[in-house]
Design a protein around this ligand. Structure first.
Ligand code: ADP
Ligand code: MG
Length: 232
């Protein structure tokens, strides 16, 4: 499918945002690594889905009503078997916030290799057009707002500078006993999102906001494990 299809399909379905699976397919269409996954309607479809995937997997609720899946009890990581995935889905379906939501299914996806969690995002500024953003994950973004922005399109040098100007830049290099995160892998993703032929430039009229949170970056690569695109 051409990348536009994911956006057209979402609009045809009356959506204002791409669901996680479509968002990841859009990222994959731009060469960004995403976990191998399957979407199931319920526990009865898990066994078949499991045959196509390699454990451990993550199970996530798919609902346009639920923006923060973990907060709603809608994410279970490190799931080792089909039976465990079925149980996870039953438990999710019973959680208060999920029970009252429009649940479209459950995403089952392979675990990304361990690494540091960073955030890559984008938004459309009415004056400057698409902007691309990078930050360190978790509290660094949420509490410390340690992020850097550039107007698209960016060059590799811009991407390098964006990382260098983060206050927590040393963490990516492996400060305090952490394994280093591949800077090249992050720069590659920033280019695929914010570069000249990148996703934000190619869909400037359609994408209002993009959020890859997190991108899990190991010493050798980066995988986008959560994706949210809000349409203009
Ligand atoms: P949300 O942000 O909606 O709560 P996420 O999809 O970001 O849900 O999942 C929550 C957390 O679970 C992520 O920040 C990450 O730590 C972990 N996680 C999710 N998917 C994967 C995956 N495929 N591999 C490894 N860890 C994952
Ligand atoms: Mg997330």
């Amino acid at each position: 499918m051409t990348p536009e299809r994911y956006i057209h399909q979402a609009r045809a379905d009356g959506r204002t945002a791409l669901d996680e699976s479509a968002g990841k397919q859009l990222l994959a269409a731009y060469g960004i690594a995403v976990p191998k996954s399957a979407v199931v309607k319920g526990p009865e479809e898990v066994a078949a889905a499991f045959k196509t995937l390699k454990a451990p997997v993550v199970v996530k609720v798919v609902s346009p009503d639920i923006l923060h899946k973990s907060d709603a009890g809608g994410v279970k990581v490190n799931v080792q078997s089909a039976a465990e995935a079925e149980a996870a889905i039953r438990a999710m379906a019973a959680a208060p916030q999920i029970r009252s939501a429009n649940v479209e299914g459950y995403l089952i996806e392979e675990m990304a290799p361990a690494g540091q969690e960073i955030v890559v995002g984008g938004l459309r500024d009415p004056e400057f057009g698409p902007l691309v953003m990078v930050g360190l994950g978790g509290i660094f973004v949420e509490v410390l707002a340690d992020v850097s922005f550039r107007i698209c399109p960016i060059t590799r040098l811009d991407a390098q500078e964006m990382l260098a100007e983060l206050k927590g830049a040393a963490i990516l290099k492996g400060a305090r006993g952490r394994k280093p995160a591949s800077q090249e892998a992050i720069i590659d993703v920033l280019m695929k999102v914010g570069g000249e032929d990148g996703l934000l430039m190619c869909h400037a009229d359609d994408i209002k906001e993009a959020d890859v949170n997190p991108l899990i970056v190991s010493e050798s690569g980066a995988v986008a494990v959560d994706a949210r695109f809000i349409l203009s």
